[in-house]
Design a protein around this ligand. Structure first.
Ligand code: ADP
Ligand code: ZN
Ligand code: ZN
Length: 763
């Protein structure tokens, strides 16, 4: 009992004021449910549970007339002034320790209000399953001798019992029962007999998951000497740290400008006054290389990524919560890391769309980080070579502080970029490959010098659509409104959304014409062409088809770094944060793949992708250059990326956003209704639209509503999809209008709907 309390204090020391119990006699718990009732329900906490219940624990409570037991999170405890007369009792407290601290509890409450998602569901998503289930902590039975008089004991016992006694005598300390059984190959029988005789005693201990966390690195690499730009960036961060107040600092630093070094210095500063730092990176950048860099600087680092087992995750969680680790590195969800004394959050590659979660709660880690840092009164550092326009605008409006690293370290130049106009290329060549003569020659030069090439094409598969020239039929997915992609492995036609696969047709499935054509360009086809063009050199293809197993991505990159391959060809997974000194040429096979998607961020994404992949070259002392193949050389996103000119891109793009009220000048929300019956989904979307419009009229909220209309992906995994877009300058207006609709509307059984605030995916 006492020890349990000690452990709670150990985890989260500061109880918020409303938890300090006074003498009033009824304690009420407010409970949030992950499913079932949407709001909070109140329950009386019976006396025997008073000592053990804290906010952030789960409880079992009776629900409805049937009093069926359900579990939920206790989110508030207190003595309300007006007690409902019929208050049911909390039946059970399910946790010994808080699953979340009061700080994270408030953060999840904010999320539930901002993203219009029930609080219990947010909590459910924030607390990993391994932590909820206490993975890795088990009750272990230890065996020890009841008395030291072993000689005496041994005489009285039969051989197997004798062996157990001798074993325990030799060990001299309590030994886990399982170990005794394993080492002696004996059953429970003799041990039970010894217990009965009173010769051995058993004791139950809880083994901690922390035992399995990694040993710290001994060899610590010293920090580098910062250049002037880095020094100024660090100074700005130090100023915020020493002022002990929240500030968001946007570090706009070109690729290879030494941002990571600045983060590490800032983190060292945070640690020096006994606090912890969280570094968030996109999942794909969370490579052993990144982690090692931090481990070699800081010794021990907690890493939270998606491949952890429940036990590992729980172990990391505990070592963070206890304050034993000072540096936490992780992807999106590490923004909830249970630090005891948070001192700073760093979010690198802040423009990355993977920081947005695409299932409920549909949160953006960048916005959650802002909120968490603000509440904790600590600085937040956002870093990118291509900041999101949202962050850029905030910096321009002085809500964020901007610091720039406009040059690469050691005066390395940014690589020269040459744009190849594929329209001219096609006229000249008629048909043939996808690699222009210019790119071919440049690659050959580089390869002959023994250097390496990266080729980017952000489309997997061989041919991206299969079309009949006679009747025009495009072979598409039976479940989705999507053309099937031809994959050479197994000669299949595959849907990239639902994984539906069928044999690649030899004749038109519609008109039986034999002339069916495989069109459009995927990485597999480029791979074939590269192998044919450069037979003396090796090429490795990297996309989600070739990189299936965990760790395969890192292994392949490590091999490329060692020089096992001359050419690395891949989708956007090769574009991010990698540092290969031997790469002196980057070729973008087709820069236009994302340019024409029906998404207001299409230009921004294209700019980011081209700039990021261009940043993969010229990182060593050999220099490097970039060739961008495109059908739209004059498109501002491509022209700006070719000129390494973020400013001109932003200056072109921002007025367009402003004109349409898109972010950063306003907020967008999206509602999608889907279901297997087209009519059902459509009429629900229409009812929703009417209700939302009525809500706007009634409340006078300044909200513009578009739709309902079929979503760009009008059919997906067998569901027909209709969507509505809501625009408002003030996100609060969107929330008000949507919230009332959520309360009023229940979809029919065969329709599901969801709301996405600040959506990143508009398809
Ligand atoms: P970014 O995160 O901006 O892409 P990094 O921090 O990864 O850049 O730095 C790129 C490379 O330059 C790394 O190999 C790093 O060790 C090196 N580097 C960083 N700062 C300095 C410096 N001040 N002097 C010399 N090398 C540096
Ligand atoms: Zn046909
Ligand atoms: Zn499909």
């Amino acid at each position: 009992m006492g020890s349990k309390r000690v452990q709670q204090e150990f985890f989260f020391a500061d109880a918020p004021p409303w938890e300090i119990e006074d003498q009033a006699d009824v304690l009420v718990a407010e409970v949030a449910f992950p499913s079932g009732p949407p709001g909070l329900l109140s329950y009386r906490v019976p006396d025997p549970l008073r000592d053990s219940l804290r906010t952030g624990m789960r409880v079992r409570v009776p629900l409805g007339a049937s009093h069926r037991l359900r579990w939920g999170f206790c989110v508030r405890l207190g003595q309300p002034e007006h007690l409902p007369s019929t208050l049911k009792d909390v039946q059970q407290v399910m946790d010994e320790e808080r699953l979340v601290s009061p700080e994270i509890l408030r953060l999840t409450e904010w999320m539930s209000e901002y993203y219009l998602c029930r609080w219990g569901q947010v909590l459910q998503a924030v607390v990993p399953a391994g932590v909820r289930g206490q993975a890795g902590t088990r009750s272990i039975t230890y065996l020890s001798l009841a008395s030291d008089d072993a000689e005496n004991n041994a005489k009285k016992a039969p051989p197997t019992q004798d062996a157990v006694l001798r074993y325990l005598t030799t060990h001299g300390v309590p030994v886990p029962l399982a170990q005794v059984r394993r080492d002696l190959g004996c059953s429970d029988g003799p041990i039970r007999a010894l217990r009965k005789k009173g010769l051995v005693t058993t004791e139950i201990r809880r083994s901690s998951a922390e035992d399995i966390s990694e040993t710290p690195v001994k060899k610590v690499t010293p920090p580098l000497d910062l250049n002037e730009d880095q020094r100024q960036a660090l100074e700005a961060i130090h100023a915020a740290l020493h002022a002990a107040e929240h500030q968001t600092i946007l570090v706009h630093g070109v690729t290879g400008s030494g941002k990571t070094e600045v983060y590490m210095r800032a983190i060292a500063e945070v640690i020096s006054f006994g606090r912890q730092a969280i570094l968030l990176v996109p999942e794909i950048s969370l490579t052993p290389q990144t982690v090692e860099r931090f481990r070699h600087r800081f010794g021990r680092v907690a890493v939270l990524h998606s491949h952890l087992s429940d036990t590992e995750r729980h172990a990391q969680w505990r070592s963070i919560a206890s304050g034993a680790v000072s540096v936490v590195i992780g992807a999106r969800s590490a923004v909830f890391a249970p630090t005891k004394h948070l001192g700073m959050i760093v979010l690198d590659e802040e423009h990355e769309s993977s920081f947005k979660q695409n299932t409920a709660p549909r949160y953006h880690a960048r916005d959650v980080a802002v909120e968490r840092a603000r509440a904790a009164n600590v600085p937040l550092i956002l870093g990118s070579a291509t900041p999101s326009l949202e962050s850029w605008h905030a910096a321009k409006k002085s809500r964020y502080r901007l610091v720039s690293l406009p040059r690469r370290v050691l005066d390395r130049p940014l690589p020269a970029v040459r744009v190849v106009d594929l329209r001219l290329e096609q006229e000249r060549r008629g048909h043939g490959g996808v690699i222009s003569r210019y790119l071919h020659q440049a690659a050959l030069d580089v390869l002959r010098r023994g250097e390496q090439v990266i080729l980017l094409l952000n489309r997997r598969g061989f041919a991206t659509h299969i079309q009949c020239p006679s009747c025009g039929e495009v072979v598409s997915c039976p479940n989705c409104d999507i053309a099937l992609t031809h994959h050479r492995a197994g000669e299949i036609a595959l849907c990239h959304y639902c994984e539906h696969a069928e044999p690649a047709p030899k004749i038109c499935p519609n008109c039986r014409s034999p002339g069916i054509r495989y069109r459009g360009l995927g990485t597999q086809r480029v791979e074939m062409e590269v192998k044919a063009r450069f037979p003396d050199y090796t090429c490795f293809r990297m996309d989600t088809d070739s990189m299936r197993g965990p760790g395969s991505h890192e292994r392949a990159l490590a091999k490329f770094r060692q020089g096992d391959y001359h050419i690395l060809l891949g989708t956007q997974m090769i574009a991010k944060g990698l540092d290969f000194p031997q790469v002196t040429l980057v070729g973008v096979v087709n820069a236009d793949t994302a340019l024409h998607l029906p998404d207001f961020r299409a230009g921004e994404r294209t700019f980011q992708l081209v700039t990021q992949v261009a940043g993969r070259t010229g990182r060593g002392d050999k220099g490097g250059h970039v060739i961008v193949q495109t059908y739209s050389p004059d498109h501002p996103a491509i022209a700006a990326a070719a000129a390494h000119d973020y400013l001109s891109f932003a200056e072109h793009e921002l007025p367009l956003r402003e004109e349409y009220g898109y972010p950063p000048y306003g907020h967008v929300a999206r509602a999608v209704a889907k279901g297997p019956q087209e009519e059902s989904a459509r009429s629900f979307a229409e009812a929703l639209g009417e209700l939302l419009r009525k809500g706007v009229d009634d409340s006078g909220a300044a909200v513009r509503i578009l739709g309902p209309a079929p979503a760009p992906l009008a059919r997906l995994r067998g569901d027909y999809r209709f969507h509505l877009q809501l625009h408002a300058e003030d996100v609060g207006h969107l929330q008000t209008v949507l919230c009332s609709a959520i309360d009023q509307l229940t979809p029919p059984k065969d329709v599901q709907w969801m709301v996405d605030i600040d959506p990143v995916d508009l398809l």
